[in-house]
Structures are given as C-alpha cells and as structure tokens.
Design a protein around this ligand. Structure first.
Ligand code: NAD
Length: 291
C-alpha cells in the first residue's frame, strides 16, 4: 500500500497508472501536479486524482512515491525543483521512454536521501492528456525496469509491485540495452511515420490533395504520427545515438529495395517482402498480437 503518491504529469501515462492503482485500491491518496489547471480539474472530475496542484513543491513534499510522467525534456528542471523538499527515503520513479537519460538526470539532480528507480511501461496510444487515460492501459503489457548497482533494493520492489498492481508484467534490463531496443521497435517507427506523412504533405498543392486517396494502409502506418510532437522531440533527442544507428539500418533496407526496383529485380523484392511478412506474422502469433 502506498500512502501518498504524487503523479507529475497527469496525461495518458500518469493518468492511466493512477486509475489502475485506484481500481486496485493500493494507494491511499493520489496528488496530481502539472501546468494546466484545466487538465488537472478534468483529472479530478474523472476520478484520476484525489487532489491536484500546480505547485511541484506542494505535490511532492509529503509523497512517499513520486512518478514523473512528463516529456523527458522537463526532467532536469523538475528534479532540480523537487530535490530540496522530497521526504527522506521517498521513492522517485518515471515512465519515460528512454532510460539512460532518466538515470543521468536523476543522478545529477536528486539527493542521496531519496531512491530513484527508472521504469518504462511498454503501452500507450497516440492520444494525450487526462481524458486519454484509461485504467486497463497496462493490462498484460511489459513494464521494463532498468536498475543500476546503486538502485535501492526495497525501492525497486515497491515500484515493481506498483506496476504489477497496474496490470503490467515486469522485466529488468540494463538501461543501455533498453534504449537500443526501443530505438529499433518504437522510436524509429515513430520517426518513419512522421517522415512519411511529411513526404506526402509536401506533394500537396492548391489543386491536388494526395491525402484524399489515402486508405487503410496509410492510416495504419501513420497512426503514431498523431502522437505528441513535444514528447517525441524529447524522446528522439534523449536517445539520439541509438536512433541515428537505427535510421542508418532503415536507410540501408530502403536502399536495397530501391536498387531492386531500378534493376527490375522481382526475386529480390519478393524475397524481401516474404522475409518481412514471415517475421511479422510470427511476432503476431508468438506475442498474442493477432489482428
Ligand atoms: P501526455 O501529453 O498525455 O501527458 C503529459 C502531461 O505532462 C500533460 O498533462 C502535460 O500538461 C504535463 N506536463 C508537460 N510538461 C510538464 C512540466 N514541465 N511540468 C509538469 N507537467 C508537465 O503524455 P504521455 O503520453 O502521458 O507521456 C508522458 C511520458 O510517458 C513521456 O515521458 C513519454 O516518453 C512516456 N511514455 C509515453 C507513452 C505513450 O505511448 N504515450 C508510452 C510509454 C511512455
């Protein structure tokens, strides 16, 4: 049981965590904090938080557990502001999409008297804000925890239990490994979706709208291009090294397809498409992602 939980950033991720924990009855009081009063009032009216404030200091000073669920570019500033008022022994955690950046920011700004545990739930949608939150978001999804040698063992268990209570399955991993993996399966797909929409948009003229001819395939591929630009700006910058290397790989694959097209190499195209189809179909089956 967590007595007082402060959720910094009551959007899709923080709001869904709060709703899931309330449903399970494992938190006595949830305080939401953010910058938008409208969003926080909405969060309270939706039963996501018990109390809200726009003051980080007021929100965290009595909290036993503090969760950051804001864009990653805000971490340093928030850690620096809450550091002087956190209770001794308080547990600070996050849900950010890159983990080396989170650990570095926490190490730089948080005092030794509190415990930081880095976490990343592998669940989400392209929607933002408190009204996008729902209590089953984490059900059956992985939550990756990236402990270091300095991570307090008790705090680690509290955060793992919290995510289990929200419905997630826990996996521990090194932060560098997490960032490299997520660059491939999450961060690159988002950049590819943004780039594809821009490439089509650039072909639009006053008299011609290519989007008028886009159908289900375009919609499926580009769903994630509707995600928050600020959040994705911060994720891309926080994981730039791994992401650049994944962009290189992707460009190599596109280059192979381009050469096959120029050469009219039907076998190469079919081989490449078959290999991708086999890999994706196997993933759908083995991970219960059936469509
Ligand atoms: P969101 O936009 O729905 O919510 C973020 C909230 O933080 C908003 O209410 C916003 O007002 C508030 N906020 C922004 N800057 C702030 C600041 N400086 N101080 C206080 N509050 C601030 O975004 P989200 O989808 O909930 O993402 C939150 C975090 O979770 C991000 O770090 C993201 O990388 C991570 N994440 C997102 C997903 C996803 O699919 N959306 C999945 C896993 C992890």
């Amino acid at each position: 049981m967590i007595q007082t939980l402060a959720v910094i950033g009551v959007g899709l991720i923080g709001g869904s965590l709060a709703l899931a924990l309330k449903e399970k009855g494992v938190v006595a009081k949830i305080i939401g904090v953010g910058r938008s009063e409208t969003n926080l009032k909405l969060a309270q009216s939706l039963g996501i938080v018990d109390e809200w404030t726009t003051s980080l200091v007021d929100a965290v000073q009595d909290a036993d557990v503090v969760i950051l669920a804001v864009p990653m570019g805000a971490y340093a500033e928030i850690f620096a502001e809450i550091a002087p008022v956190l209770k001794e022994g308080a547990i600070v955690s996050d849900a950010g999409s890159t983990k080396q950046h989170a650990l570095k920011a926490a190490q730089k700004h948080l005092p030794k008297s509190v415990h930081f545990v880095a976490a990343h739930p592998l669940a989400g949608t392209e929607k933002s804000g408190a009204d996008a939150a729902f209590k089953t978001l984490y059900q059956g999804h992985l939550c990756i925890i990236t402990p270091t040698e300095e991570t307090n063992a008790q705090a680690l268990l509290v955060i793992e239990k919290m995510w289990q209570n929200a419905g997630a399955q826990i996996m521990r991993m090194a932060a560098a490994e997490h960032d490299a993996l997520l660059a491939a399966v999450s961060h690159l797909p988002h950049l590819a979706a943004f780039a594809l929409v821009n490439a089509v948009q650039e072909q639009k003229t006053d008299t011609f709208n290519p989007f008028a001819f886009a159908a289900g395939g375009f919609r499926d591929f580009t769903r994630i291009a509707s995600s928050s630009p600020i959040m994705w700006r911060d994720i891309a910058l926080a994981n730039s090294e791994a992401l650049v290397s994944q962009i290189d790989r992707f460009q190599d694959e596109l280059q192979v397809l381009k050469q096959a097209l120029i050469a009219g190499d039907a076998n190469k195209l079919e081989q490449s498409f078959s290999s991708a189809k086999t890999a994706r179909d196997a993933w759908l089956i083995s991970h219960g992602k059936g469509e």
